[in-house]
Design a protein around this ligand. Structure first.
Ligand code: PLP
Length: 424
């Protein structure tokens, strides 16, 4: 496979983009990233014209794959041609917010922003403003975007920033706990309950895993937050409108969070984020309340059109049945391959998410630390490049989820299972 085009582009990129990329994970693939020329249904075509089955799917936003259905493409083109944005409100923002509030059980009001990071920043700010408290509890191995309050590592007694450039004082207000550990979070609430503004949790860990919640874990978080006057914030930036369909993971798990953050699919492939929740909390945002929040591009008409038409299309065309079915087929096939070739590995995922974690004992990971102990070097240096050469593009590092889209088909699933069989 000739990949000289990608190599040369990477070489050029290193001169003008730090690390050759605009988002760190893109530089993870060994020995250099694949530069994309274009998408094509469930595949991507690289700078050298090679075509791969694509399970990156934009890191999650592309529920429908790379070819937008006619209704979505037409809405996007119309909005772009009517002047891309105005800085004044449009009917589209109201319609999209109505759609989200109608389908997501806990959501009464929505504020649209421009990225998942912006959504979690605003959610943490409004949780602090609403409760008058500073501390937030997060999951070890959870990801809530590139923001100061959640880029922490360590444990409840010893939290520190996980990135240079963040004052240690931010981490003083953040308490990391292990996912799925009811005792650890109960102890944290016994000690700090009156100071905790919110628990911020992905319904399942999708950026370090995939790790699914154990029975009762989210119920424990719901009870603890309610008992102590803290907010439960579900970060559904990945799971939103993917796991549990239009009702999202909270609908699937039957949990009623106070706030939800969205991103990715809700913008149909354009830059987006959103915070949704109960009216009294959402109205703590300016201009009603006094928690400042604003954005020049927020509620961008092209994004609103893409997101709304994508979700409408999904609702009207059995998209979730289709992608979940393909996801189940993939996971079943991969379980057979893993049992045969590498029984120490674990097949994880649900709905349209899948992954083979290179665990060392065949046990499904229970938390982020279990995932971190996987054989990352083998995955990154040997396995992933081999899969790529076999025409299958997997997530860019071992820890991120892989995504099935409506543009994938049975042939792509079979090809992928066979490639795993060859490369494992
Ligand atoms: C992707 C992601 C974010 C950050 O969203 P961006 O749009 O990349 O800023 C936040 N939380 C979760 C769970 C995510 O997967």
């Amino acid at each position: 496979m000739n990949r000289d085009g990608s190599r040369d582009l990477y070489d050029r990129a290193l001169g003008v983009l730090p690390g050759g990329v605009n988002s760190s994970v893109r530089a993870a693939p060994q020995p250099y990233p694949t530069f994309v020329q274009k998408g094509d249904g469930g595949s991507v075509v690289d700078a050298d014209g090679n075509k791969y089955v694509d399970w990156v799917m934009g890191l999650g936003p592309l529920l429908l794959g790379h070819d937008l259905p006619e209704s979505v493409a037409a809405a996007v083109q119309r909005r772009a041609s009517e002047g891309p944005m105005y800085g004044m409100p449009t009917e589209l923002e109201v319609e999209h917010a109505e759609f989200v509030a109608r389908h997501v059980p806990s959501v009464e009001m929505v504020r649209f922003v421009n990225s998942g990071t912006e959504a979690t920043v605003s959610a943490v700010r409004v949780a602090r403003g609403y409760t008058g408290r500073d501390k937030v509890v997060v999951m070890q191995g959870g990801y809530h975007g590139a923001q100061e309050s959640t880029l922490v590592e360590g444990d409840a007694g010893n939290a520190r920033p996980s990135s240079s450039g963040i004052p240690a004082s931010f981490a003083e207000h953040t308490i990391p706990v292990p996912f799925n550990d009811t005792e650890a979070v109960t102890e944290v609430f016994e000690e700090h309950g009156d100071d905790i503004a919110a628990v911020l949790v992905e319904p399942l860990l999708a950026n370090k895993g995939i790790v699914e919640p154990r029975a009762g874990y989210h119920e424990t978080l719901r009870d603890l937050t309610e008992d102590h006057g803290a907010l439960l914030v579900f970060d559904e930036v990945i799971t939103g409108f993917r796991v549990g369909g239009l009702a999202c993971a909270q609908g699937e798990y039957g949990i009623d969070p106070d706030l939800t953050t969205f991103g990715k699919i809700v913008g149909g492939g354009f830059p987006v984020g959103a915070i949704g929740g109960k009216t009294d909390i959402m109205e703590a945002f300016t201009p009603v309340g006094d928690v400042f929040q604003a954005g020049t591009f927020s509620g961008h008409p092209v994004t609103m059109a893409a997101g709304l038409e994508t979700l409408r299309y999904a609702a009207e065309n059995d998209v979730y049945e289709r992608v979940n079915e393909l996801g189940a087929r993939l996971r079943d096939g991969l379980r057979e391959v893993v049992a045969e070739r590498a029984p120490e590995y674990s097949v994880v995922g649900t709905d349209s998410l899948f992954k083979v974690v290179f665990t060392r004992d065949g046990e499904s990971p229970r938390n982020g630390a279990d995932v971190a102990r996987a054989n990352v070097e083998r995955w990154n240096r040997v396995f992933r490049p081999q899969m790529r050469d076999a025409g299958v593009m997997l997530s860019q590092n071992q820890f991120e989820a892989q995504f099935v889209s409506a543009a994938h088909d049975e042939a792509a699933v079979e090809e992928t299972i066979e490639a795993y069989r060859e490369c494992l």
